[in-house]
Design a protein around this ligand. Structure first.
Ligand code: PGA
Length: 246
């Protein structure tokens, strides 16, 4: 059974004070049942957000990175044990911003995924193409190569994949819901398990969430900018897909 997972990726936003105010506001909204929410927050707010959502069975805390070593001379990095000690259950791995600005490769992404699962964390593996790759009709080949290299030794039963076309991230340019659905079905057919939760990410907003979640292959979303506002994110996680004709 594929689980519905809606994740917010705060990126480098919000202090602890901001995070407390945010969780208070978010929790004032009732939640639709049978969907799981993950707040992927900066390291400095993991404990604050974890404490605020303790006892909320539908909401978990996620980190935005994990190093593959248990400990060591890796300035600025964070280990699995440091995350699990704070009650973290999910971790974003291979986000395109990490790949573009911090030199992540498919090989380091794989090492981080392995470390996450070793520590009992569920990684959210991000894959996606640039505009140039899309225009060269290489989207499918690119993504399947990212998966091929990234998923070596990974247990598909404890994994989420996020399809995030890079040209749609933070740009306001959304991938058509039907096109996101198509690429996700290509990803799903490539995997040896049909049960992997596959999200869409890239300019997800309150006004396109219903159409996205009405698509049969889309099991959730990874939301950046629009997850920063608790009322907007509450609208996203309380999407009403049944109101949309597909
Ligand atoms: P966005 O970011 O929703 O702001 O486009 C998505 C992401 O980077 O995960």
């Amino acid at each position: 059974m594929r689980q519905i997972v809606l994740a917010g990726n705060w990126k480098m936003h919000k202090t602890q004070a901001d995070a407390s105010a945010y969780t208070r506001a978010l929790l004032s909204h009732p939640l639709e049942p049978n969907r799981h929410i993950v707040l992927c927050v900066p390291f400095t707010t993991l404990a604050t957000v974890g404490a605020a959502v303790a006892g909320q069975t539908q909401i978990s805390v996620g980190a935005q990175n994990i190093h593959w070593a248990e400990q060591g001379a890796f300035t600025g990095e964070i280990s699995g044990a440091m995350l699990t000690e704070l009650g973290v259950r999910y971790v974003v791995v291979g986000h395109s911003e990490r790949r573009e600005h911090f030199g992540e490769t498919d090989a380091t992404v794989n090492q981080r995924l392995v470390a996450a699962q070793k520590h009992g964390l569920i990684p959210i593996l991000c894959v996606g193409e640039t505009k140039a790759i899309r225009e060269a009709s290489q989207t499918e080949a690119w993504i399947l190569a990212q998966l091929e290299a990234g998923l070596v030794g990974i247990d598909l039963a404890r994994l989420i994949i996020a399809y995030e076309p890079i040209w749609a991230i933070g740009t306001g340019e959304t991938c058509e819901a039907t096109e996101a659905n198509r690429v996700i079905s290509v990803i799903r057919r490539h995997l040896s398990s049909p049960d992997v939760t596959i999200q869409y990410g890239g300019s997800v907003k309150p006004d396109n969430i219903d159409e996205l979640m009405a698509q049969p292959e889309i099991d959730g979303v990874l939301v950046g900018g629009a997850s920063l506002d608790p009322a907007g994110f509450a609208r996203i996680i309380n999407y009403q897909a049944s109101t949309v004709a597909v």
